[in-house]
Design a protein around this ligand. Structure first.
Ligand SMILES: [Zn+2]
Length: 178
């Protein structure tokens, strides 16, 4: 496995709509390796999700994994692969929350997202699955699927004044939320 180079904003791959993964890809050794490499890259940079355009691959593919030991009491999400995902809001309720992105290093900002969503996607073997997600898990799904349409979380921020560097977030904001 390899750690891949992460594209940062202003690289055109992050602003281009990604292409659907074709049926033949699931049997391709390189496609399977890309998934493993994306997992390793996500771990290396302590992300909870990574979309293929972030590693310079314009494919509708993302990985998500939220560790259970997270200090902010987020629900654990075991490693999962999203191929050609479709996201549908459930219930119409929205929620503000902090987001960061490996393609927008060192920054965080408050983004409004659907609180509950339905995800329909294929797994790494091409098998279709469907699930309902809420709270942080739903947020990560929406964040990663945005990347597949050429969007980043900055585009979703209603108020840019919440934009903060991670160090200042830890010093001034995270502390107050404990
Ligand atoms: Zn991101």
């Amino acid at each position: 496995m390899s750690i891949l180079k992460v594209a940062r904003i202003a690289h055109p791959v992050l602003r281009s709509p990604a292409k659907p993964v074709r049926k033949e890809a699931f049997r391709d050794r390189l496609f399977q390796k890309l998934i493993d490499d994306m997992r390793e890259t996500m771990h290396e940079y302590e992300g909870v999700g990574l979309a293929a355009p972030q590693v310079h691959e314009g494919l509708r593919l993302a990985v998500i994994e939220v560790p259970g030991s997270d200090e902010r009491a987020r629900a654990e999400v075991p490693f999962m692969v999203l191929v050609n995902p479709e996201v549908t809001p459930l219930g119409g309720e929205r929620e503000n929350g902090w987001e960061g992105c490996l393609s927008v290093p060192d920054l965080r900002g408050v983004v409004q997202r659907w609180k509950r969503v339905k995800l329909e996607a294929l797994d790494r073997d091409g098998k279709r699955y469907s699930l309902e997600a809420q709270d942080f898990f739903a947020r990560v799904i929406q964040h990663e699927c945005d990347h597949l349409d050429g969007n980043v979380y900055l585009d979703r921020m209603a108020d840019m004044r919440s934009l903060t560097f991670i160090k200042e977030f830890e010093d001034h904001i995270h502390k107050d939320e404990e």
